[in-house]
Design a protein around this ligand. Structure first.
Ligand code: F3S
Length: 401
């Protein structure tokens, strides 16, 4: 690989052992993908984790004196102050999260603890080269913003933030960003929830870069967030196009780079029903709680929940996961207190795939997000999946109808 003077200095340890190790691994990744050079990045997002292996690596990098050249935003773990206040976390889990926070602070990360930074705090511009990990983040920055990021892992994104470079391969090149599968959506796309279910059709869509047609003219940021998150729950997708909507797909011909699609797939209401059958507990049952915000909810969604509940009280707890930015805005606007008053809790900086939810073990929740339902199964927490308004009604009445 051809390296610049600065890149060689990094590799030879002029900027310390931490940066040297990060560069060494990145060069190895680049060589394995046939990259000829490293290119600078201007943004990064690290899907941090407070689990043993990831924490071991972050602490090792701190021990080697690594510091981020490009300040990355980071994924949620669980909010230390919130769960301390409600006394739900074991000492051991608390310590792991505390150590994670300490390590990433020392590395110079922005402790944003949010998995949707591409919506408001870490938003790239068209063509910007960056290093984003996190399932909904990579497809969003590529497809919606037209920025360029490979599907980084938490560790490779951290190394990119430390060195300020990524190896040039994959989606950094025009020719690898073209669509390969034409996906005709015939299913009715009534609301943002339908994009969750469309994303869960990865098995049928298959491997490649989908180009969706048949979607409504206006698609919300929440719907696009849901689509990317679930495409990477049901499969592995770093990029997609929506013909006539996303910036690199003004029309089908451009989306496919003038070539014929390798495959044509049609997604119908029947596919949606089959997917839901496979991933959700059956409805018409009592539930113990509701959980939303996987990926993190927006302020508009918090407001929507409040307006749907109106002056009723919830029979069951409702947990709404979001960023601390949205939490603060909700506080300023009175939404936070109003939700608390009806029995709904805005929880910042937290993810459903965390030990802080152990108190829900053996319980059945309701959620609009298949991803939210997927991860907690390993902690014996199970979900009925329905659209958001049905879930809200379930929390009000105590059962999914
Ligand atoms: Fe975000 Fe955690 Fe869900 S990182 S997408 S809240 S699994």
């Amino acid at each position: 690989m051809k390296l610049t003077q600065d890149q060689r200095d990094l590799l030879e340890g002029r900027y310390g052992e931490g940066a040297q190790l990060a560069m060494k691994i990145q060069v190895a990744i680049g060589e394995s993908f046939g990259a000829e050079r490293m290119v600078p990045i201007t943004r990064a997002h690290v899907a941090l984790s407070n689990q043993d292996a990831d924490l071991w690596l972050a602490e090792k990098m701190v021990g080697l004196g690594a510091k981020c050249r490009v300040t990355p935003t980071v994924n949620p773990g669980f909010c230390l102050s919130y769960f301390k206040r409600i006394q739900k976390v074991s000492d051991e889990d608390y310590r792991m999260m505390e150590r994670t926070e300490k390590a990433y602070r020392a590395l110079g990360a922005q402790l944003s603890y949010n998995c949707t930074p591409y919506i408001d705090t870490n938003v790239p511009t068209f063509g910007e080269v960056c290093a984003f990990s996190e399932s909904s983040a990579t497809p969003f920055v590529n497809a919606v913003w037209g920025a360029r990021s490979n599907r980084e892992g938490a560790n490779s994104a951290l190394f990119a933030a430390i060195t300020g470079y990524v190896p040039e391969y994959g989606l950094l090149f025009d020719e690898n960003r073209r669509g390969t599968i034409l996906v005709n959506v015939e299913a009715e796309m009534k609301n943002d929830y339908c994009y969750h279910i469309l994303g869960m059709c990865g098995k049928k869509i298959g491997h490649g870069i989908p180009v969706f047609t048949g979607l409504p003219e206006n698609i919300s940021k929440e719907a696009l967030r849901n689509l990317g998150a679930e495409l990477n729950t049901s499969g592995a997708y770093d990029m997609y196009h929506i013909a006539g909507f996303t910036p690199e797909a003004p029309d089908l011909e451009t989306a496919f780079g003038g070539k014929e699609p390798e495959r044509v797939v049609t997604i119908t209401d029947q596919d949606f029903e089959e997917v839901l059958e496979e991933i959700s507990l059956k409805g018409n049952r009592e539930i113990d709680f509701a959980m939303f915000g996987c990926p993190h909810f927006t302020l508009e969604e918090c407001r929507h929940i409040l307006s749907r509940i109106g002056d009723r009280k919830l029979k069951k707890d409702m947990w709404i996961l979001t960023s601390s930015h949205v939490e603060q805005m909700a506080q300023r606007m009175g939404i936070y207190d109003a939700l608390e008053a009806v029995g709904a809790h805005i929880v910042p900086d937290s993810c459903p795939d965390q030990p802080c939810w152990h108190f829900l073990k053996g319980k059945v929740g309701v959620t609009e997000s298949p991803k939210c339902a997927y991860y907690p199964q390993r902690r014996d927490i199970h979900f009925v999946i329905r659209d958001l308004d049905t879930c809200i009604e379930a929390a009000v009445s105590g059962e999914v109808r």
